[in-house]
Design a protein around this ligand. Structure first.
Ligand code: PLP
Length: 420
């Protein structure tokens, strides 16, 4: 770790380096975790499926017609294996799991969930626990729907289970906990079995508490270590709290982010509850899209093989991020960052108080980063320290150029703070 004095002494050099960076007139974007065009191309055969005359599901359903609220069995079977849930407890729906999260929360507010005394909206207050850093769109749902957010720290094994347990035991307004169990957005943490067991078995003051288990990155490995997800639905059932977990997933980052299939899994009582309201809202999902996905993958191994091809494209980008941050920043000791084994993000902690400045410096140099504070509820990072990097979308040479620039911005912001 260099001293503030050593850093401050580099201020003039860093300012010159930054001016050179700006003079390059870059336009680079590391803001959102989107798949690159090269990744989308892996699923190009989907565009020719199911093919003219190919519209019959294995049970004889004409996928072109209304009906089939739960989704096509052949596709649910594939994802039931990958998500390790009984197929009868898994629904295949539209293209976005975020919509399923929004819908389940809206349904809870309007009608309550199994175990509720009344609709959540009739409670004086509804609170969700939000592990931080976390996913901005989870927080946006809560903010829009008037749900109070209370932060809990993330650990390398998932949310700080003891902090969560202490809060839910005391505060009956706590109805929800957000969890991204595998390769979390943004810090790549994977929930350990110990943490999962604690979360599904802890006593809660609210009778209808739910864990929103968003397994968006369940098969999104970046290395040979294909970490399996903990089976939270089964663990909750074993712990005597079968209704505690709502599980979500999708093929957004497997096939097409804009035209994939989303999944919802939970206990039989939760599935019945969701479907009862869903049946009013819809006559059935897009089964043609589900059929083309089932034909494309064939089975769970088909998905696994497909994800290895994604990995070949993504892994070099993540390696470049780690390599450039290490080369440029480790000696100065002005930042720490994650080296995820999967998922879509790298989480960087810079010198406290400088994250907004880093993002501004990068913006002025033509490098778009996710706004500072995005990984916290209400966009407020109390230490102004965390920055989420999303290297999936730009080509490798652009990731390299962007990261080199980001490193310069991190150093300059740290030097400015040291000199102040
Ligand atoms: N959940 C997490 C943790 C994500 O990072 C994302 C996308 O970035 C989503 C959900 C969005 O999923 P979907 O495209 O299925 O709505």
């Amino acid at each position: 770790m260099s001293t503030d004095f050593a850093l401050a002494a580099r201020l003039d050099d860093l300012r010159r380096e930054y001016d050179d960076l700006k003079a390059r007139g870059l336009t680079l974007d590391l803001t959102r975790g989107k798949p690159s065009a090269e990744q989308l191309d892996l699923s190009e055969p989907l565009l020719a499926l199911p093919g003219e005359g190919q519209h019959t599901a294995e049970d004889g359903t004409d996928t072109r017609n209304y009906g089939g609220l739960s989704g096509l069995l052949e596709l649910r079977r594939i994802f039931a294996e990958l998500l390790d849930v009984p197929v009868g407890q898994l629904l295949a729906q539209g293209n976005a799991s975020l919509t399923l999260m929004y819908d389940t929360i809206v349904q809870a507010l309007l009608f309550g969930v199994p175990g509720s005394d009344r609709p959540w909206s009739r409670e004086e207050q509804v609170t969700f626990l939000c592990p931080v850093p976390g996913y901005d769109r989870h927080f946006a749902i809560c903010e829009e729907l008037g749900i109070r957010m209370v932060t809990v720290p993330m650990t390398p094994d998932g949310p700080d289970a003891e902090a969560v347990a202490a809060l839910v035991a005391e505060d009956a307004s706590i109805r929800g906990l957000w969890v991204v169990p595998t390769y979390a957005n943004p810090d790549g943490a994977v929930v350990s079995e110990t943490v999962a067991r604690r979360l599904v078995s802890m006593p809660t003051a609210a009778p209808d508490f739910r864990i929103f288990w968003d397994n968006a990155y369940v098969v999104h490995h970046l290395t040979d270590v294909e970490t399996p997800s903990v089976n939270a639905v089964a663990l909750a059932s074993d712990a005597g709290n079968p209704d505690r977990v709502f599980l979500y997933a999708s093929t957004s980052k497997i096939t097409f982010a804009g035209a994939g299939v989303a999944f919802f899994a939970a206990s039989p009582a939760n599935i019945d509850w969701y479907q009862a309201h869903l049946g009013i809202r819809s006559i059935g999902p897009d089964k043609v899209n589900q059929l083309r996905h089932a034909m494309f993958f064939r089975n769970a191994d088909g998905v696994r093989a497909h994800m290895r091809r994604h990995r070949e494209i993504l892994a070099p980008k993540f390696s470049a991020v780690g390599e450039i941050l290490t080369r440029r920043l480790s000696e100065a000791g002005v930042a720490s960052w994650t080296e995820p084994l999967g998922g879509y993000f790298v989480s960087v902690d810079v010198v406290p108080g400088t994250a907004s400045r880093v993002v501004q410096l990068a913006k002025d140099a033509g490098i778009a980063l996710t706004p500072a504070g995005s990984t916290f509820p209400y966009h407020r990072d109390p230490q102004d320290r965390n920055i989420r990097l999303a290297p999936s979308m730009p080509p490798l040479d652009e990731v390299r150029a962007a990261m080199d620039g980001v490193a310069t911005c991190i150093l300059l912001a740290a030097a400015e703070a040291a000199a102040a």
